[in-house]
Ligand binder design. Structure first.
Ligand code: BMA
Length: 844
């Protein structure tokens, strides 16, 4: 028997030691009711004792919470039980904790990323006081630093000396909110004779037959001199083995005929098979059970050197794929708030943007099982970093053993998930060691290499040899080649955001881009929910408190200066910086995809945010899809048509990541902005699945007369690509370029935008009228004569005049051709968007 009881009730929180800056905290006050799983911040919030740290500049006055020591207590009822063993299991304690029963210390912990099983066998029946004291994480980290010696770090915080989520200490998109608490489930387990320890299903598939080798470790109570039975079952295929007395492990094989393959969502279905493992005594009486869903697929990454360098080609079920990825960070600073529903919503947003891979970044956490289960179900590949980011990590005690324990536990925990395809050693640490002056600073001290080249690959090979291991992101594949060499392995491209114009993405011919990105502010409703500055300015205090990047606003401004007109006010700034983010990232994506098969993947930094902030995310901290999300959906569509400069001139590139051939006539036109066809051509093309076809364009087609008022159009089936010969800020975009009709539909509003001239960057900021509302398309370019319908689910009626004018409906045309006068505060920017540039807002 194994009885499991959750220990989630009756918890209370009290301060043990309050750090300086804890203003007015009632030390003598009654304990605060606590929620488990949870943390100090969420408990104080629920008790009404804390302002929301995500709002305005509140974060800055709340550092005392992480610097204090806290106690969680509850009453633990132990009943008289015939069980051989009674244990309490903490799936996660964050982080430096002392667990006591009736004041007697049972265990000390210092690693958030692993579980702890504590023996309570022999405790008398009745009520006991269970308490967990959490010591300030930074103090612990600094003490370890003093013990092992200081190491370089990109940030000022000592996160590399403690096994705690690094970004919790603050990041260039995240606040410093040092959490403490019981962040995962707690349960009491009672069992007799034996229980299942580690269960490791190694799942492979060969010629349609699914092979599952289940490797089971057992824990026995008492002297273990009894035979046991372990069985595994998938459907009606089952196998039972006898584990002789004294043995502590078992291997059970299942061969499942005619299995259906698990595929990424765009390539096929996601069949999942229930795998049940059972432990019984020699009479067949159940002792313990374990079940998960598994999937059958093969994955490899091909990295054999070729004439261009070192490829990084993912192969799923024998088919080479282009990875259309996004980087994932913790979806909230307080992980207990990341519910299964929220994970599912976020994963769906990834799928709907045609993303096929999430990279779980190493400064965050090993995500919950719910995360990987959702990815299994939705057909999303997962690249999982081990948790090391942006600093040199000491390898000495007490860290090495903690890293080993956490890695072993998580490799085993995540093994059943077909979505998990790759383990990666770290984020940017091999690169940092090479390029960021760390070698000199280190003076020979350890920096983490031992983890990335020895410990972690050893653990993956030993515990889950079915998974690919790659030492770092970026990493070239060899210690003799620069770790961030774009021609070798997986590279990060950050020069563009930090220093260069986004057009410089084209200077790269990378094999695989594991990170690149560009910032933009959150959606308007998110920004204004979080920040109440009056006036709200790009550099007002609250907005800056929600911009964590080094010179972030400067980079935003410089990044758009050569492309877009200058913003006249905060509304313009918000629209244009969001638009520029979308343009910059998709500029990169179209270029990288056009290089396939030389380039075999891109992972955009980043999908999500953990709070409301200006960041590289496509989805903001309130879950709102930024314009980047829509642009990415287009750039990541299975079929991409793009115009790219090539050595001989302009070319049209058709990339087919779909499953069907893409064939037909490519129609080409050069138009003047009034719609006149200036030149025309066409060619037949046929693009096989997985192929890229490049058509060089004839010189007379691309030889434009007026670079500011002509556009090149390529159309191939339903796909269309545009090429403007000048930047938007220079274009002769007409201000009266379109008309809008707003119609009422059952579930909301339908806007029909009909263009009379070229329209650039049409965005409908529906959330300005209804924070829940989102347009079904954004960042739309229209040619003269084209119409587009944009749908918005909302209760705001269609006859609300605000739908059809700025700041809700925006185009670049408004700003390029706006009369050069300063708008008064509060006057709608719409004045410049209508047929009469000086007219006010008007109903549709
Ligand atoms: C890389 C990432 C993150 C960071 C991002 C943006 O360094 O790995 O650490 O947030 O760039 O600067």
């Amino acid at each position: 028997m194994r009885e499991i009881t959750a220990v989630h009730d009756g918890w209370q929180l009290t301060p043990v030691r309050l750090a300086a800056g804890a203003p007015g905290w009632p030390t003598t006050a009654a304990p605060v009711p606590a929620t488990v799983p949870g943390c100090v911040h969420t408990d104080l919030l629920a008790a009404g004792l804390l302002e929301d740290p995500y709002l305005d500049s509140n974060e800055q006055t709340q550092h005392w919470i992480g610097d204090s020591d806290w106690r969680y207590t509850t009453r633990l009822a132990l009943v008289a039980s015939p069980a051989d063993r009674t244990e309490i299991v903490f799936d996660g304690l964050d982080t430096v904790a002392e667990v006591s029963l009736n004041g007697r210390l049972l265990a000390r912990t210092r690693n958030m990323h692993r579980g702890h099983r504590i023996d309570l066998t022999g405790q008398s029946p009745g009520e006991h006081e269970l308490s967990v004291v959490f010591r300030a994480a930074r103090d612990h980290a600094l003490a370890v630093r003093d013990q092992v010696g200081e190491r370089p770090n990109v940030y000022d915080e000592p996160f590399q000396y403690i096994r705690k989520m690094a970004c919790n200490f603050g990041w260039d998109w995240g606040p410093t909110l040092l959490t403490a608490g019981i962040w995962k489930d707690v349960r009491l387990e009672r069992w007799s004779l034996a229980r299942l320890g580690r269960v490791r299903p190694q799942v492979t598939v060969d010629q349609g037959t699914g092979e599952v080798l289940v490797l089971v470790d057992l824990e026995r109570a008492g002297d273990g001199d009894e035979d046991l039975l372990v069985s595994a079952r998938i459907g009606d295929v089952s196998t039972t083995v006898t584990v002789p007395a004294g043995e502590l492990s078992a291997r059970v094989r299942l061969s499942v005929p005619d299995v259906e393959l698990w595929w990424p969502h765009d390539m096929g279905a996601q069949p999942l098979y229930d795998l049940a493992v059972r432990l019984a005594d020699r009479d067949g009486e159940a002792l313990d059970e374990w079940s998960r869903r598994v999937g059958f697929r093969t994955v490899e990454v091909r990295t054999t050197r070729d004439e261009h360098g070192t490829p990084f080609t993912s192969v799923v079920n024998g088919t080479e794929i282009f990875v259309r990825g996004v980087n994932w960070i913790p979806d909230d600073c307080f992980p207990s708030r990341i519910t299964p529903d929220r994970l599912r919503a976020r994963a769906r947003q990834a799928v709907e943007a045609n993303v096929n891979l999430l990279r779980v970044w190493g400064g965050g956490m090993y995500e919950s099982d719910d995360f990987y289960s959702v990815c299994d179900e939705l057909g999303i590949l997962v690249w999982q970093d081990f948790l090391f980011a942006c600093s040199a990590y000491p390898e000495e005690a007490p860290l090495w053993d903690e890293v080993a324990a956490e890695a072993e536990e998580n490799v085993v925990r995540l093994m059943p998930h077909p979505s998990l395809v790759l383990w990666c050693g770290n984020n940017e640490n091999i690169w940092g060691h090479e390029d960021w002056g760390w070698k000199e600073e280190l003076g020979g001290r350890t920096w983490g290499r031992g983890y990335y080249t020895d410990l972690l690959p050893g653990i993956v090979a030993e515990l889950d040899a079915t998974r690919v291991y790659w030492p770092g992101s970026p990493y070239s594949g060899s210690e003799h080649i620069h770790p961030n060499d774009p021609a070798h392995g997986a590279t990060h491209i950050w020069t563009v955001w930090n220093e260069l114009d986004y057009a410089e993405y084209r200077a790269y011919a990378p094999r695989f881009v594991a990170e690149f990105g560009f910032q933009g502010p959150p959606n308007w409703s998110t920004l204004t929910r979080a920040v109440h500055d009056d006036p709200l300015l790009p550099d007002s205090a609250g907005v800056l408190a929600h911009q964590k990047a080094d010179d972030g606003n400067g980079k935003l401004a410089r990044g758009m200066a050569s492309h877009l007109p200058e913003p006249r006010d905060t509304d313009d700034w918000h629209y244009l910086t969001q638009l520029n983010q979308a343009r910059a990232v998709t500029f990169g994506l179209e270029h990288f995809r056009s290089l396939a098969p030389l380039c075999r993947g891109a992972i955009v930094w980043q999908l999500n945010d953990c709070w409301p902030v200006t960041s590289w995310a496509a989805i903001d901290g309130d879950g709102g899809r930024k314009p980047l999300w829509y642009a990415m959906r287009r750039a990541y569509a299975a079929r991409l048509l793009t115009v790219q400069p090539r050595p001989g001139g302009l070319a049209v590139v058709a990339v087919n990541d779909g499953r069907d051939p893409w064939a037909g006539r490519v129609r080409l036109q050069r138009l003047s902005f009034d719609g006149t066809v200036l030149a025309e051509d066409s060619a037949d093309a046929s693009v096989a699945p997985g192929a890229t076809v490049t058509l060089d364009l004839p010189a007379d087609l691309v030889a434009c007369g007026e670079r500011t008022s002509e556009v090149l159009v390529a159309a191939f089936g339903t796909e269309r690509a545009l090429w403007f010969f000048a930047e938007d800020r220079e274009l002769d975009l007409p201000c009266a370029a379109f008309s809008v009709a707003a119609a009422q539909r059952q579930d909301g509003v339908e806007l029909t935008v009909t263009a009379t001239g070229p329209v650039r960057g049409l965005v409908v900021q529906a959330d300005r009228l209804d924070p829940e509302a989102e347009a079904d398309d954004q960042v739309i370019d229209l040619l003269p004569g084209e119409a587009r319908v944009v749908r918005i689910a909302t209760d705001v009626p269609a006859d609300d005049p605000r739908w059809v004018v700025a700041p809700v409906l925006r185009t670049v045309n408004d700003i390029v051709r706006a009369p050069r006068r300063q708008r008064a505060q509060g006057e709608p920017a719409a004045a410049a968007t209508r047929d009469d540039p000086l007219a006010g807002p008007r109903p549709a």
